[in-house]
Design a protein around this ligand. Structure first.
Ligand code: SAM
Length: 252
């Protein structure tokens, strides 16, 4: 029998497959986020903060596209942090912090990022906390740096059509789960409980997030754009949309 070793990159890959089931356009969305980084960066070594970065999907893609990039990944989840630490190389710093508290800023190695990238994460924050977080993010960007937040955020001019599109996407996803083509979110976590390294961390995660998680809150893209302007960004608007999913960008 082969002795057990923890395989971070294999877990990172399986995380990507699981997330793609929710977001068939996920790679296209990442490319749009990195296009925004390139647009504000004049040298080949951008300094990027991968906020709520999970297993490191954005950091990995940033380093593939900008080999001299310096990335910081911040997250709270001990499971995804362990996978990220086992996957990313010395170009990355990985920090554990809770975005529910403004103290997260003090855990960063830098305060002059070219870009802060965050994907599929901030819907866990309540409106007042998200508005405050946008202002905090601005303080860790250099002047001219860019924040991109990609998440579910409908166009509020299309409430009914957005719902129909979302219902169809859900039906397609459920069919893939039923066919065993990909692991669902809950099946992925069950799978992680079978790994000797991850199992105790999943239990720790369950304790951490049970205490401090808000219900999903999914305002339309217009809310994000207005809130970013109110937070003091000089420009804010959409750089990408795929059905109900979108990426808002804001420039300091
Ligand atoms: C769905 S994952 C997305 C991860 C990554 N951005 C991606 O696209 O693969 C959301 C991430 O947000 C993190 N997160 C949620 N609440 C958080 C908090 N209060 N502080 C820090 N990270 C948080 C989770 O631990 C998780 O890794």
């Amino acid at each position: 029998m082969t002795p057990y070793t923890f395989n971070g990159p294999a877990w990172q890959e399986s995380w990507d497959r699981q997330q793609e089931a929710y977001l068939p356009d996920r790679e296209e969305r990442f490319t749009a986020m990195l296009d925004a980084v390139e647009a504000v960066t004049e040298w080949p070594a951008p300094r990027i903060l991968d906020l709520a970065g999970g297993t490191g999907s954005i950091s990995l893609r940033a380093q593939r596209r900008f080999p001299q990039a310096n990335t910081t990944l911040l997250d709270l989840d001990p499971v995804t942090l362990t996978i990220a630490r086992a996957t990313l190389d010395e170009r990355s710093t990985v920090v554990s912090a809770d975005l529910l508290s403004p103290e997260w800023v003090t855990t960063l190695p830098h305060r002059d990022y070219d870009a802060v990238l965050v994907a599929t994460a901030l819907h866990w924050l309540a409106p007042e906390r998200l508005a405050a977080l946008y202002a905090e993010i601005r303080t860790v960007l250099r002047p001219g740096g860019v924040l991109v937040n990609a998440d579910s955020m409908v166009d509020d001019g299309l409430p009914d059509l957005s719902k129909r599109l979302a219902d169809r996407a859900t039906a397609r996803r459920e069919a893939r789960y039923a066919a065993g083509a990909v692991l669902s979110w809950s099946a992925w976590w069950d799978h992680a409980r079978t790994d000797p390294t991850l199992a105790p961390l999943v239990a720790e995660r369950d304790r951490l997030f049970a205490a401090n998680h808000n219900q999903d809150w999914l305002p339309p893209a217009s809310w994000h754009v207005q809130t970013l302007r109110d937070a003091g960004f000089t420009e804010a608007g959409l750089i990408w949309r795929g059905a109900q999913d979108a990426a808002v960008a804001a420039v300091r």
